[in-house]
Design a protein around this ligand. Structure first.
Ligand SMILES: [Zn+2]
Length: 201
């Protein structure tokens, strides 16, 4: 026969057992999280600023990367060359030029007339890419040198900004040689490193 005290002893024992086993506390509720690729955070950059935001943008589908194939240069110098030697009335064929410290500051982003006025580029040699492609030229010859770290930081920031502003997917961030018989932007250009830092959508 169970006496009342024996029942109490049994219940106490059971309570201690539950407490020790950790069964007395209900399992903590953890909502199921679905892992989605997170857009990369755009690092602040001194040349990505309100001036760049102030320009109206039309439809663009591609970002096309070039090198100047010269050791030095800047937007004004290329603009003069394109006007005088190529006879292009809108001058500088690229939308942006990123300096390497020889001719303009290392990592400086110069905004061309064709971006300010949202004109077709004259950098691609193919109508589709001149019309829909934003041309970015890094000063340097990357067949025999490498872009500087400041140039790559500026390019990463600019490409990320333009992708977001113009809704350009990662697969449309391309090198000139993807569609033309050219080495541009040079054998040493670190394309996949760029994509790893800018990829989104
Ligand atoms: Zn090119």
């Amino acid at each position: 026969m169970f006496t009342r005290s024996k029942i109490y002893i049994c219940l106490s024992f059971l309570a201690i057992l539950l407490y020790v086993c950790g069964c007395a506390t209900p399992p903590e509720f953890k909502p199921v999280t679905v892992m989605k690729p997170q857009p990369k955070k755009i690092e602040p950059h001194p040349y990505i600023n309100s001036q760049l935001d102030s320009y109206f943008v039309r439809e663009w589908k591609y970002i096309v990367i070039h090198h100047s194939a010269t050791a030095s240069g800047c937007a004004a110098e290329f603009d003069k060359f394109h006007r005088e030697k190529r006879g292009w009335e809108n001058g500088l064929g690229y939308h942006f030029v990123i300096g390497n410290g020889n001719g303009s500051r290392d990592g400086e982003i110069e905004i061309g007339n064709r971006w300010k006025n949202q004109l077709d580029g004259a950098h691609a040699g193919v109508q589709e890419y001149n019309h829909y492609g934003i041309g970015i030229c890094l000063v340097g010859n990357f067949n025999n040198s490498n872009p500087t770290s400041s140039q790559m930081a500026a390019l990463t920031a600019l490409v990320s900004y333009l992708q977001e502003r113009c809704h350009i997917p990662a697969e449309n961030v391309i090198m000139h040689r993807h569609f033309r018989d050219t080495e541009c932007p040079g054998r040493n250009f670190p394309y996949y490193k760029l994509l790893a830092k800018t990829a989104r959508w």
